[in-house]
Design a protein around this ligand. Structure first.
Ligand SMILES: Nc1ncnc2c1ncn2[C@@H]1O[C@H](COP(=O)(O)OP(=O)(O)OP(=O)(O)O)[C@@H](O)[C@H]1O
Ligand SMILES: [Mg+2]
Length: 435
């Protein structure tokens, strides 16, 4: 893919030093002009097309359509269906730019699938984030997961999805970078440094933003499959962006089998834990529930070392599933093989004593066992929780925090002078003091 601006270079130039990203790179060669040969053959094809129709004597059906709805830019007489988009309607395919178009500023984080850096665009001065895909170990070419990550980021463009700018390449075939807008915080790091947890009104805004991003992805047939607080970015203007589409994939109707090696353990839905292969959008909604709970508690709802332990803590919080609450539960591949202590009732209210009735209702709808009955992102956005007081806070009113990703340190709180020691603490006032 390339959404690159013109001016790209070939991915590998042997004269360059390897992996010296912030070296002064030689000027990039201008893009090659289209060869006249190509132009000639294209023109020839066009001529052939028009000459065929004139040879037939009767115009093909497409010409008739075209006559009904003439499109600007098509010479009269050229037959083309109006359903076929013009060639000029497509952006031209261009080579990817070089990573040397960016100056590396600092390392942000190394995740399982990539290393993320903060960088500056040498041309525009824009600050961006570059995710270098981990391709060093690849023996079978470019991994499908990385292709899916790029595809999903492009398909799911939305104000609450991190913006992808282009793909750039380094000196070797294993150096491929996704260039994204730089966002100051990820929600996990932010929660760990914030002096106070988010207010109810702030949690509502964040949840609304997350839900509209997820609804958008699902409407575009994309499952994220790794929603968690470290994959949610937040800028200093109160805007949340869903990131890390490294496990995302397209889904279809009917659903096909999918891998169970998805979603970070603590955010993983029970149907995946129990071996269901034809899961769908509901797996993302379970993760949304875990994030909602984490924002309220200021710590992850389910924390466990393994899958069985996780299932046990889910059952303990929500009560064990039954055929009534989850039709088809006992037929799930792993439902018969594991025996867990049975819990008859939910203890969700005990865990969230301060949340309102509507808030708890929404949480329990995210934590519905049966994926068929679990609330969708679209439905959740219409839940009464968002229209009861306190209303969602406007993003502009959110406080800003120093960005760890940009290497900013927390300013020490202003040291105010100490209150004077109370005299009475060490001596009794005398009449003389009062004069
Ligand atoms: N656009 C961005 N702006 C600022 N920081 C970012 C950006 N994208 C990612 N990060 C930071 O880098 C971290 C890792 O990024 P990402 O989740 O995309 O990589 P990953 O290798 O797939 O991670 P993991 O598998 O551990 O979840 C994020 O948690 C966030 O802190
Ligand atoms: Mg991540």
């Amino acid at each position: 893919m390339s959404t690159a601006t013109p001016g790209g270079s070939t991915p590998s130039s042997p004269s360059r030093k390897r992996s010296k990203w912030d070296d002064g790179s030689p000027e990039l060669p201008p893009p090659k002009k289209k060869s006249t040969k190509l132009k000639k053959s294209a023109r020839a094809a066009g001529t052939a097309e028009s000459s065929t129709s004139s040879r037939n004597g009767t115009p093909p059906p497409s010409t008739a359509v075209h006559t009904l709805s003439p499109r600007p830019g098509i010479a009269p007489g050229i037959s083309r269906s109006r359903f076929v988009p013009l060639r000029t309607a497509h952006p031209p395919f261009l080579p990817c730019r070089s990573v040397y178009a960016y100056e590396r500023l600092n390392h942000i984080e190394e995740g399982s699938y990539g290393v993320v850096f903060r960088a500056r665009d040498k041309e525009t001065g824009d600050i961006v984030a570059l995710k270098k895909l981990k391709l060093d170990e690849e023996k079978h070419g470019f991994p499908i997961t990385s292709l899916r990550e790029v595809m999903a980021l492009m398909v799911c463009r939305h104000e609450n999805v991190v913006g992808v700018r282009e793909i750039v390449v380094g000196d070797t075939l294993t150096q491929v970078f996704i260039v994204m807008d730089f966002i100051e915080h990820d929600l996990k790091s932010l929660l760990s440094v914030m002096p106070n947890p988010f207010l109810q009104s702030e949690i509502k805004t964040l949840l609304q933003q997350l839900l509209s991003a997820v609804a958008h992805c699902h409407a575009n047939w994309v499952l994220h499959r790794d929603l968690k607080t470290s994959n949610l970015l937040m800028n200093n203007r109160g805007s949340m962006k869903v990131a890390d589409f490294g496990l995302a994939r397209k889904f279809g109707d009917p659903l096909g089998d999918m891998t169970q090696l998805v979603v970070t353990l603590w955010y993983r839905a029970p149907e995946i834990l129990l071996g269901e292969k034809t899961y769908s959008t509901a797996v993302d909604m379970w993760s949304v529930g875990c994030i909602f709970g984490e924002l309220i508690l200021n710590e992850p709802v389910f924390q466990s070392k393994g899958e069985i332990e996780l299932l046990a803590s889910i059952f303990k919080l929500l009560g064990s599933p039954t055929e009534e609450t989850w039709p088809g539960y006992s037929a799930l591949p792993l439902a018969q093989t594991i025996t867990l202590p049975s819990q008859t009732h939910s203890t969700l209210r005990n865990k969230f004593p301060l949340v309102t009735h509507a808030g708890l209702d929404l949480l329990s709808k995210f934590f519905t066992y049966d994926p068929e009955q679990r609330i969708s992102a679209e439905e959740a956005l219409r839940h009464p929780y968002f229209s009861e007081a306190p209303l969602p806070k406007h993003p502009d009113l959110f406080g800003s925090f120093p960005s760890l990703a940009a290497g900013e340190k927390r300013r020490k709180p202003f040291e105010s002078p100490r209150a004077p020691q109370r005299v009475a603490d060490y001596k009794l006032l005398t009449d003389f003091d009062l004069v």
